[in-house]
Each structure stands twice: as C-alpha cells, then as structure tokens.
Design a protein around this ligand. Structure first.
Ligand SMILES: [Zn+2]
Length: 265
C-alpha cells in the first residue's frame, strides 16, 4: 500500500507543472472568457478532468517505458543524427523539427484512419474549448502517438534532451492553443507565422469537417502551409465540436472513456 501511495505522490510531483499551468489558465478564463459556454461549465470541467485522470493512470507506465527507450538511444547512439559529428544545439534543433513533423503526420493519419479517429474524436467533440480541453485525450490515442515518436526517435537518433526541450515548448503552447481567452490579434498574427497559436488551433476544433481536417500542427504552423492543410477563419464565425457529437450523452464521462470501443467511427 505504501508503494502505491509513494507512486501517486511521485506522479503528482512529476505532473505538478501541468496542474500549476491548468490552475493559472483556468483562473484567467474565469475572469476574462472569450466565448460564452454552451454547457454547464462545472459539469464540463468535471468530465474533462475525469478524462485527464483516466489518461494519466493508463499512460504513466507507457511514459516510463518511453523514458527508458530514449535513454537507451542516447547511450547506444542509435539513429541517423548520431552518425554525424553535429554540435548538440544543431542535433537538438533538427530533432525538434523531425519530431514535430512526425507528430503532424500522425495527427493527419488519426483523422483519416477509422480506428484512430474513434479515439481522437474525443478531443474534437468538446462543444466548449478551454484549458481543460487541452487534456481531453483518450489514452489509446496517446499510446499510438508515443509509439510513433519512439520509432522515429530510433530511426533519426534524437533522444532525451530533444524530448525534454520539445515538451518544454509544447506544454505551455498546448494551454495557449485551447485557452478560452483572447490574445491580441497582432501577437497572434506574428506568432502564427511559426507557431500553432490559439486562433490557428481553434479552426481545428471547429466543424464543418474541412475545418476539423486542417491546421494539424502541434508546435509549428508551417507544416500545414507546406503540406496544404492550412485554413484561416474568423474565430467569431466558428462552431466548436463535431457535427455528429452534439448530444449531452456524447459528452458524458462514460461515453468519453468507453464510447470509442463501441463506435465504428
Ligand atoms: Zn485533431
């Protein structure tokens, strides 16, 4: 029993930056909300945090395996980038681009594959997008992504340092992308030339489907311009969610966890 308690305390400390950021963004959204909620916000928060808890429980062992995997790539110097005498900043920089490009393509495939979409649509079906939506991911969706990242890391040879820096950028950006408050338009425009900003990602959370199937970039926005999946729209004219997931039953915590195992798409 003591070991379980120790594990929970350790995991809480590991995820402390996530909880701190979530509390800060949630407080700002409460004071200066951009869009008015369609659902009851307390119920919405309870459901999304329920999904987050389920996600953390399932993905924690996988993250331990992934950490050991990246450590092994470092020590054994596996992969393409380790075959050249590159300075670390260049190896990390190329690693960040390769990792984000891999995430872009995995994300694109997750919208095309019926099997992955069943799990990924849980993130898209939210009718109100806020900081809690940033972690409304089904763990099966994440397992596929982590496996793809482990595979590309092995092939290209980016390891623990690249992964650590990637998540240092990605975690706060994930909150910014889902935050229900308005950033100054000028700041959005400048940052969007390189990064996947909140207005950029809002379109990805909108229907009709051609909006949903656009703006896949996780950290960088230029992949979408390069591979022709970029869309632009006025945030005031967008509608969050998916056309086929509008009922309250489809927003219940039970459905968010078990629904993907029952549906065909
Ligand atoms: Zn998506």
């Amino acid at each position: 029993m003591q070991q379980v308690v120790d594990l929970i305390i350790r995991e809480f400390k590991n995820n402390l930056n996530l909880f701190v950021l979530l509390s800060i963004f949630f407080a700002i959204e409460t004071i200066w909300p951009y869009f008015k909620f369609k659902q009851n916000r307390s119920i919405h928060t309870f459901r999304n945090l329920g999904v987050l808890l389920f996600y953390l429980v399932v993905t924690t062992p996988i993250n331990y395996i992934a950490t050991a995997w990246y450590g092994c790539i470092d020590t054994e110097k596996f992969g393409l980038l380790h075959q050249f005498a590159l300075p670390s900043f260049l190896r990390i920089g190329i690693g960040l681009l390769l990792m984000d490009c891999g995430d872009y393509f995995y994300h694109r495939i997750s919208h095309r594959s019926n099997f992955i979409w069943r799990f990924h649509k849980i993130h898209h079906s939210d009718l109100d997008v806020d900081s809690t939506t940033a972690f409304r991911f089904h763990p099966i969706d994440n397992i596929g992504l982590v496996m793809m990242e482990m595979f590309t890391a092995l092939i290209f040879g980016y390891g623990s340092d690249t992964i650590a820096i990637y998540f240092l950028i990605y975690l706060p950006l994930l909150f910014v992308q889902h935050a229900n408050f308005r950033f100054p338009d000028k700041i959005e425009r400048i940052f969007e030339t390189i990064f996947a900003t909140s207005n950029f990602h809002r379109i990805h959370h909108s229907y009709p489907q051609h909006y949903t199937d656009s703006n896949y970039g996780a950290v960088f926005s230029f992949w979408d311009r390069l591979f022709r999946t970029y869309q632009k729209a006025d945030p005031k004219n967008i509608h969050y969610g998916l056309e086929d997931s509008q009922t309250d039953d489809q927003q219940s915590l039970t459905h968010l966890i078990t629904g993907p195992f029952k549906s065909s798409r």
